[in-house]
Design a protein around this ligand. Structure first.
Ligand code: GDP
Ligand code: IMO
Ligand code: MG
Length: 429
């Protein structure tokens, strides 16, 4: 009966895709609840790599249903490309396996144009968004002018919304941002084609999930981004535009919070961040380069080099509190192999004061200095370990320290990108 939520505890790219793919074997349905194609979730199955941007990471597991919840912003062109890409690999993604919520918001070309033009206008002060139109699309949702997936099937309504929105967006694009306007007729033409293709997938996800739960099926909720990119709890304004935390698994799918039974926080064994914003344990030295290269830390969506640093447990402890984490999945432990000494940040210092949490005030966060505990590293290749006793004692101590400091048990340890390169200590299901 255990429904499980997977969330990132850091700034995204913790390895959520790999863990979701792995846990899907024990679930019946996988549902995304927020974000859009700013996400890049990498799965490696039989040595082949797949990157999911919108479709849930359970899609490679045959016979499992995947759903895109109301909390997402969906670029229909990207979704269709993803469906076609999987079909080309012989993976059937028909309406029996994939559902798109009628309440999910649709990313329009003017959202992408505004996202890019705004970042350009901000220059040095830019957020470093993925440029996919995520923020502007969520703005229209909250502004109550957005286009929802359900609107795609009503041609008259779609035309009216596009005409009205384009008029307003073009004023903003041309007058304030010095960018090119968009042409409403071509937008409508393209979106009518997308609508035709996506029509069979569009349903009420809340009702679909209720049916599944009522018949005893297990649901896996797949988060995107990470807790510190959350619009409320993250390093605002260097965040994404949705609630990325476990609580949104309920609002973003239409499933009551009482149905969320186990929350797994994904913790990369070190910390990374792509895009701008404060990062207390960032390493701009050879060790940072070593981790970046060994971990192949390039964005799965934009290809940008990810900033790297030591494991910051201050932010993971915050994530435990905010998400109500029941267990942790530690990923990329193998990347730390070969480092003589490892550091874990256990607190911050501001002036002479020590704090145990990340301050909301960004200027204060910029002045935080990390307080580290040091651990011995290991040299043995750990990618073949399949149970915890096969890890070198130093690696086990590192894991135990994470458990002690966060006061949260570790349920999964990942020692390589492949599905099988995993130690399941205790299944969340
Ligand atoms: P997500 O956005 O949280 O799903 O993470 P990404 O897919 O953006 O980034 C994680 C990267 O690390 C991907 O390239 C994965 O294939 C890879 N990865 C996941 N787990 C492990 C692991 O335990 N070890 C190694 N070496 N790579 C991993
Ligand atoms: P996954 O799901 C890492 C970051 C962007 C930028 C900020 C705002 O793969 O972990 P946006 O385009 O959302 O308005 O950008 O958020 N960002 C991510 N960083 N992983 C992600 O997703 C991200 N999605 C957005 O780099 O700093
Ligand atoms: Mg990613």
């Amino acid at each position: 009966m255990s429904n499980t939520v997977v969330v990132g505890t850091q700034w995204g790219d913790e390895g959520k895709g790999k863990i979701v793919d792995l846990l899907t074997a024990r679930a019946d349905v996988v549902v995304r609840f927020q974000g859009g194609n700013n996400a890049g979730h990498t799965l490696v199955v039989d040595g082949k790599q797949f990157i999911c941007h919108i479709i849930p990471s359970g899609i490679l597991n045959e016979n499992k249903r995947c759903m895109i919840g109301n909390g997402l912003v969906v670029d229909p062109e990207v979704l269709i490309e993803e469906i076609n890409g999987l079909a080309a690999l012989g993976i059937d993604v028909g309406p029996d396996r994939l559902v798109l919520s009628d309440r999910a918001h649709i990313i329009m070309p003017y959202h992408r144009a505004i996202d890019l033009a705004r970042e350009k206008a901000k220059g040095k002060g830019k957020i470093g968004t993925t440029g996919r139109g995520i923020g502007p699309c969520y703005e229209d949702k909250v502004n109550r002018t957005g286009v929802r997936a359900g609107d795609l099937v009503d041609h008259e309504l779609l035309e009216e919304k596009i005409r009205t929105n384009v008029r307003e967006k073009n004023f903003y694009l041309t007058k304030l941002l010095n960018a090119e306007p968009v042409e409403w007729r071509s937008v409508l033409q393209n979106y009518l084609v997308f609508a035709e293709r996506l029509y069979p997938f569009i349903k009420d996800v809340s009702i679909e999930l209720d049916r599944e739960i009522s018949s005893g099926k297990k649901i896996l909720f797949e988060g995107a981004q990470g807790t510190h990119l959350d619009i409320d709890h993250g390093t605002y304004p260097f965040v994404t535009s949705s609630n990325t935390i476990a609580g949104n698994a309920s609002a973003g799918t239409g499933v009551g919070p009482g149905q969320l039974h186990h929350i797994v926080g994904i913790v990369k064994a070190y910390t990374t961040r792509v895009g701008a914003g404060p990062f207390v344990t960032e390493l701009t030295d050879d060790t940072g380069d070593y981790i970046q290269e060994k971990g192949m830390e390039f964005g799965a969506t934009t290809g940008r080099r990810r900033r790297c640093g030591w494991l910051d447990l201050v932010i993971v402890k915050d994530s435990k509190r905010i998400n109500g984490l029941n267990s942790l999945a530690i990923t990329k432990l193998d990347v730390l192999t070969g480092l003589e000494t490892l550091k874990i940040c256990v607190g911050y210092e501001i002036g002479k004061e020590r704090i145990e949490y990340r301050p909301a005030n960004l200027k204060q966060m910029m002045t935080c200095r990390p307080v580290y505990e040091e651990f011995d590293g290991w040299n043995q290749d750990i990618s073949g370990a399949r149970n915890i006793d096969q890890l070198p004692v130093e690696a086990r101590r590192y894991i135990e320290a994470i458990e002690d400091i966060t006061n949260t048990p570790v349920s999964i340890i990942s020692v390589g990108p492949g599905r099988e390169e995993t130690i399941v200590v205790k299944s969340p299901f």
